[in-house]
Design a protein around this ligand. Structure first.
Ligand code: AMP
Length: 304
């Protein structure tokens, strides 16, 4: 069933304790689309400026299942750019700069042929824009959104209005606490469910994720990666969402059990992302890699 993602396509600068890279292909929707495309077709809605590098276009359109008809290029505008720096254990990062560029302009139009999209993911961008884009998908079966500290701090009212229209929300533990002032992932997620969505997924980095749903609670551990395998965690959250939503769209089911399996697919996808800079970790996935890792993950998480 058709899956669509809206969000940012951007130019990233990343500092890790071992390397600095500038000008790599990134953005919330780019990471999501790349990951989702590993499991099935995905439609992309985003805008970039005239400065968007050709090399980035080649990388993004090189993922065979990504439909980029909804990617608008605005020659006189600047592409969204973001810089972040990771601390020693690669679990925490700080944002160094955010240059909104095209994000300060009108949202990209949703192509008419995308109006039949059934599964909708609103990757990170301003919540007022997320809400506006959501209206472009009247036939949706499930709408899920991600958010982050910047938007919680500067656009809380828009975010709360968005939550009322969503089926699901994905965010990390720090963001859940920032939003609710509750320092416990499950309790914070429950408070967010009260704000409108049917379920909330709270990501906890190397400690996995928790799903709080109107029908129950489920947890999933992270894929156990040694620190020396973690090269760049950027995009882990977006690719987690990409794996999760692509599994849901492929199953064409939204029940609790399907969401639980979807968390495992999300985890496996994120585990590949962090093994290289930018989109290279996803690009390196070969036939069979995902199934092999999912099996490994099942064995690691088995409870006798
Ligand atoms: P993640 O590591 O999953 O949180 O996602 C990182 C990606 O999100 C990077 O490629 C950034 O370009 C993009 N990003 C960072 N800040 C924002 C923001 N405020 N809104 C939308 N996308 C962002």
């Amino acid at each position: 069933m058709p899956l669509v993602v809206t969000g940012t396509v951007g130019i990233d600068t990343i500092h890790t304790p071992s390397a600095n890279v500038e000008g790599v292909a990134g953005g919330s929707a780019a990471y999501f689309a790349a990951a989702a495309s590993m499991l099935g077709p995905v439609r992309l809605v985003a805008a970039v400026g005239g400065d968007w590098p050709d090399e980035h276009r080649r990388v993004l359109t090189g993922f065979p299942n990504v439909c980029a008809k909804g990617l608008e290029v605005r020659p006189g505008s600047r592409t969204f750019a973001w810089g972040g720096r990771y601390f020693d254990n690669l679990n925490r990062r700080e944002t160094l700069f955010t240059e909104l560029g095209v994000l300060e302009e009108a949202p990209p139009p949703v192509p008419a042929e995308y109006a039949d999209s059934r599964y909708v993911f609103l990757a990170n961008t301003h919540p007022a824009v997320q809400r506006q884009l959501l209206a472009g998908f009247p036939n949706r079966a499930l709408a899920v959104a991600d958010t982050m500290d910047l938007w919680i701090n500067v656009a809380r009212k828009d975010l709360l209005a968005l939550f009322e229209e969503l089926d699901g929300v994905i965010l990390n533990d720090e963001e859940a606490t920032l939003l609710t002032e509750i320092p416990n992932a499950v309790s914070a997620a429950r408070a967010i469910v009260e704000m409108g969505p049917n379920f909330v997924v709270v990501k906890k980095g190397e400690h996995g994720a928790v799903l709080v749903h109107s029908e129950g609670v489920a947890t999933v551990p992270a894929f156990p990666a040694q620190l020396d395998r973690v090269v760049d965690p950027t995009g882990a959250g977006d690719t987690f969402a990409g794996g999760m939503m692509a599994h849901i769209a492929k199953s064409d089911r939204t029940d609790f059990e399907t969401l639980q399996s979807a968390l495992a697919w999300g985890t496996v996808m994120a585990s590949h992302t962090i093994e290289a800079f930018g989109l290279d970790g996803i690009r390196a996935i070969d036939d069979g890699d995902l199934n092999t890792r999912l099996e490994e993950f099942r064995r690691a998480a088995r409870i006798a």
